[in-house]
Design a protein around this ligand. Structure first.
Ligand code: GDP
Length: 360
């Protein structure tokens, strides 16, 4: 591993006479918090700020979590460790569905509903494609305008680059910080196209799949594995001319779900119709999530799942780091080129090549 320069602390930009950055401007925050200017703030100040629910400080801590710089990430780890005792008390809800299904409209409707009832809601995203698409999830700041204007809402776009594993790790760590800041409901949004759902499922308590009533091919819209992972399926946009079609789709999904074996939680997945536009069904969905929480807390599954997720993330982090250290090792880098040549000229087998590298 590269040697780290000691005593480099990320900084909080402090304007003359002003205690902190008041306006939440992510670009400015990241630019200043990661620069090595004066007015360093300590881990303690970060933690205090987060525990006080200071959104600017929370945002800066997340920027450290997301930073590509090793020293920032190490600093972030200290903040996270101090926040761990204050974390874990939220309900973490994963929300997925194909683009256009209405995820952000739905999250906005549910989020506003929950905030009106005294909750603090954070919305995060896992979008490993964001590097290519410049942030297809939550990237557009005009989304969730009503929710983002609520004092008790915190909306954070997906980290702007990285592998799925990296993005998932950053999101999992961001959850800890948000919980320490008092957010008691965390939504994790992802696009329903495959791998990222598995990553989301490794960090949420409840997994909600948004679907549209289609023309007879309801079960084709999304990969079967994802449907099986869902704790509840919501047929969204059940309004206007779409109500009848949505009810039909609901029946079809209900029938289909009964054919799946029950998941380990022993929870029978539910199917509901909703409209993020009219608000119909939104409160029912929250009731289901609360019912699930109660059900799994009573059975012990809630804790079992969280413990398993924590262990999974530890092993994932070890795996990622091992790979990184291995491939960035100079001896390996040199030898790998030679072995590649021998492999491609048919002199050695892939397995022999791999073994030689691992034995270096
Ligand atoms: P996302 O890509 O899954 O986040 O989808 P959006 O939330 O951006 O919604 C896509 C489009 O569907 C937008 O034009 C929304 O106004 C519309 N939409 C979202 N929810 C509903 C709903 O419940 N009913 C109707 N009629 N339209 C909706």
């Amino acid at each position: 591993m590269p040697r780290l320069r000691k005593n480099i602390k990320p900084t909080l930009y402090v304007k003359k006479g002003v205690k902190q950055v008041n306006k939440l401007d992510e670009d400015a925050v990241s630019k200043f918090s990661l620069s090595k200017k004066k007015n360093n703030i300590s881990v303690d100040s970060y933690v205090k700020g987060i525990l006080n629910g200071n959104i600017s400080i929370l945002s800066q801590a997340i920027t450290l979590v997301e930073s590509a710089k090793q020293e920032h990430r190490e600093y972030a780890q200290k903040i996270i460790n101090s926040c761990i005792p204050y974390s874990g008390k939220s309900v973490r809800v994963g929300i997925t569905g194909v683009p256009g299904v209405g995820k952000s409209t739905f999250i906005e409707a549910l989020g506003v509903y929950l905030i009106e009832r005294g909750n603090k809601v954070a919305v995060l995203a896992i979008d490993p494609s964001s590097e290519k698409t410049r942030g297809s999830i939550l990237g557009d700041k005009t989304r969730m305008t009503e929710l983002s204007s609520c004092k008790n809402a915190f909306i954070r776009p997906s980290p702007s680059s990285g592998t799925l594993g990296g993005v998932a790790r950053k999101t999992a760590e961001t959850i800890v910080l948000c919980e320490a800041a008092g957010y008691n409901i965390i939504f994790i949004e992802t696009v329903g196209v495959g791998q990222s759902e598995i990553a989301v499922n490794s960090m949420v308590d409840f997994f909600l799949l948004l679907m549209l009533a289609g023309a007879g091919d309801e079960l084709q819209g999304i990969k079967r594995g994802i449907t099986e992972m869902a704790d509840t399926i919501v047929i969204n946009k059940a309004d206007g001319d779409n109500i009848q079609k949505s009810e039909l789709a609901k029946t079809e999904y209900k029938n289909a779900l009964h054919l799946f074996p029950r998941t380990e939680s022993n929870w029978q997945a539910e199917v509901k119709t909703a409209s993020a536009i009219t608000g119909s069904g939104i409160s029912d969905i929250w009731d289901i999530i609360k019912k699930y929480e109660l059900f799994t807390k009573e059975s012990g599954f809630f804790e079992t799942k969280r413990n398993r997720q924590a262990k999974y993330r530890m092993y994932e982090a070890v795996n990622e780091e091992l790979k990184l250290r291995f491939y960035s090792n100079n001896v390996v880098r040199k030898k790998i080129k030679e072995l590649e040549k021998e492999l491609l000229s048919g002199k050695i087998s892939p397995y022999f090549a791999a073994q030689t590298l691992l034995d270096l």
